[in-house]
Design a protein around this ligand. Sequence first.
Ligand SMILES: [Mn+2]
Length: 417
Amino acid sequence: MFPRFWAVLTLFSLPIFAVDATEYRQRRAKVCEQLAKQKGILVLYGATEAERGDLRSRFFQEANFYYLTGWSEPGALLLLTPTDEFLFLPPRNEAREIYTGRKLVAGDPNTTGLANLLSSNRFEVTLFQNLDAAEKIYALLNINKSSPLKRLTGTRPVESVASILFSLRQIKSSAELDLIQKSIDVSVKAHKAAWQRAASGLFEYQIGATMTNIYFEAGCERSAYPPIVGSGPNSTILHYNKNDRRMDSGEVLLMDVAGECSMYAADITRTIPVNGKFSPRQREIYEVVLGAQRAAVAAVKPGMRLAKETENSLHKIAMDYINQHGRSLKGEPLGKYFTHGLGHHVGLDVHDPGLPIMPLEAGNVITIEPGIYIPEEGIGVRIEDMLLVTETGSKLLTGALPSDPDVIEKSLHDRKR
Ligand SMILES: [Mn+2]
């Protein structure tokens, strides 16, 4: 229907979808409204090259900073007041630019979308000019960023940006949903490619390579988290990511792998039989996890919670299902093998802001990912899907990747070898 559009897409396989400048401006405007109410100012330190530049990974921006600015260069600072906004950029460093290329600096035409573009050596004086009118300073408290700020702000209270920023980040805009869906779509392709390839004798890292190749080929910047490819006993280790074991026929293969594209993460897990057919015991465990997941997914709607011990707990729905279906080899309920949280928010961060105890709201994007891990049987099963919470329930965003065991076995059986 849009042949020209698609031609452009094919030509530039780099991610070309992006949130536009207007939306970043609207986000800052919402924060400024809050700042006016609280008589506060907000200071964010963007990520620096020193933090990100360990030579193993390329630079990427701090998520809150990116959310408010779309700015993806290192060393920037953001100051928001109830009525104004300032982006501070490092002064020109010609020696550095030999390595990193030409950078935008204060004095260049302002293409940042922010009202005021200043050199970072103007930051302190601008902060002091706005400090007198401020009763509170909002900043990120969880990283060592707060220490230089503490020196500048003296005895004034520094509060977490969480209270004025995280509730915004939890409600995804349609532009964000498009980007998340794009990350999901390529990650689904990665899983399907892994299903094509999985076979006894292969190493876990080979499956990982097949998967990451799909999303790097599509222009994604990085894995949303280190790929978890666990066969047999390794399927029972929650964040196993050495991926160096040779898989064998008769084992399950758990793949928790997804890309981050245009800064937005996906998070998807599937568990398949290496040889194409679940053993009766593997299938039994698989069906318990799937039943628990379906029960929790069916219950997702605004007001429900991901947390364990709370009213309207989705975790309890999944846990009850697991305890009421299947048994350990000793005849005990299986609940003790479900050893992690049920899900989390996803967005710019794979674990996006959002406490499990908070009631879900329409516009949240979350995972639902129950699992059962039985070390003594060498069977670990996790099934993780992503959902958009809607006014009346939820929309499954990862539905293009089957989780029904019959469908999985059929697609493994039908693969071309
Ligand atoms: Mn997850």
